[in-house]
Design a protein around this ligand. Structure first.
Ligand code: AOF
Ligand code: ZN
Length: 370
């Protein structure tokens, strides 16, 4: 059987293409592709969002007749189904492409290997797995949603160098550059989750504030203690800033703000300690189509996410400050036994943001858990 060793540099170019669509393609995946002929990239493409052509089609279009006998590098297995657009497999076969390298299989049950089989059956040489992890990280939410049947959870908090998340005199811990990064990360998600206590204390808007890139997110407020009144600023940005879900213990009295435009009260059974089982909440969000969930939490809520092993990525924003103790919770507060004694984070990376640092890491590759 013929074999082929595709080259990482071209796959990297496909990944760079894919990232141009990041945050805009829901519920579709962000995908990038390049067509390579005689050691030269002759076509590039990325997916811009539902209804737009798939990355492969854009790259083939740019390559034109040069696609015949060429190689295609793509970050996801080509689709073989008709959705809002036609199957890429048919277009690839018609173009005369000879070899296809894909980072990862498409976990969408409508594809899930069938695209590869169809291409191979027609004589195309297909290689899957080059830069597989990097390919998943192009759109971790898509892979976790289809692979694990729940949203991908990206947790963020800001802390001082001594690990405190509240300052005595209140106010922001990190500077404007780090706070802008929060908006960029919110943009990649479909929904954002905070505790009702955070809303009551800080009165945040929880919108995405990036120049020229508005993106309404579903805003989920976990209000176990029924602290919210409907007068908080987040309610004033409904529905244009995104819908708001106030999650309350099942059987709570219905508050006046339920049913205002864009505002819903969602009832969820609590455990003996009065907490919401987060796995149940994520299952509700999955049914509602939320693929990427951005969680801004500290203290007991972040502890619950870690305790239920439901965190896929963490971003810790660190300011060069020392806060001392006795004020507010720690980043993770409560009796949490980390799996394996201490959790080893994968692929840790850091960036400077003004005078602060942002450390981001993943907790095991998405979908690698049994
Ligand atoms: C995309 N963009 O570049 C690729 C996708 O409704 P459709 O026709 O756009 O099909 C969406 C499905 O196609 C998607 O869930 C995924 O399985 C597959 N591949 N999708 O939106 C792309 N290559
Ligand atoms: Zn396709």
């Amino acid at each position: 059987m013929a074999t082929w060793t595709p080259e990482s540099a071209y796959m990297l170019a496909a990944i760079e293409e894919a990232l141009k669509g990041a945050g805009r393609t829901h519920p579709n995946p962000s995908v990038g592709a390049v067509v390579v002929k005689a050691d030269r990239i002759v076509g590039r493409g990325f997916h811009e969002g539902p209804g737009h052509p798939h990355a492969e089609i854009v790259a083939l279009g740019e390559a034109g007749s040069l696609a015949r006998g060429a190689d295609l590098y793509v970050t996801l297995e080509p689709c073989c189904t008709t959705g809002r657009t036609g199957p890429c497999t048919a277009a690839l076969l018609a173009s005369g492409i000879s070899r296809i390298a894909a980072c990862v299989r498409d976990p969408n049950p409508r594809v899930n290997g069938a695209g590869i089989r169809e291409l191979e059956a027609s004589g195309v040489l297909v290689s899957v797995g080059l830069m597989e992890e990097e390919g998943r990280r192009v759109d971790p939410a898509y892979h976790t949603f289809h692979g694990l049947g729940r949203p991908h959870v990206h947790m963020k908090w800001a802390q001082t160098l001594d690990g405190r998340v509240v300052l005595t005199h209140g106010g922001y811990i990190t500077g404007p550059k780090a706070r802008l990064k929060v908006h960029e990360d919110r943009f990649l998600a479909d929904a954002i989750l905070v505790s009702g206590a955070t809303v009551a204390a800080d009165d945040p808007l929880l919108t995405v504030r990036l120049d020229g890139r508005p993106k309404p997110l579903l805003r989920i407020l976990l209000d176990n203690r029924r602290m919210l009144t409907g007068g908080e600023r987040v309610f004033g940005t409904c529905p244009q800033g995104g819908d708001v879900w106030v999650v309350r213990p099942a059987g709570s009295p219905i508050p006046e703000f339920d049913g205002r435009p864009g505002v819903s009260v969602v009832e969820l059974a609590t455990d003996d300690g009065g907490r919401f089982p987060l796995r149940n909440l994520l299952s509700v969000l999955h049914d509602r189509g939320v693929m990427g969930l951005f969680v801004e939490a500290v203290g007991r809520l972040s502890a619950s996410f870690f305790g239920e092993d439901l965190v896929d990525r963490v971003s810790v924003h660190i300011a060069p400050l020392l806060a001392g103790t006795g004020i507010g919770p720690a980043a993770i507060e409560g009796p949490v036994r980390m799996q394996g004694g201490a959790r080893v984070l994968e692929n840790p990376r850091w960036e400077q943001a003004g005078g602060d640092w942002i450390v981001t890491a993943d907790l095991e590759a998405p979908c690698s858990r049994g």
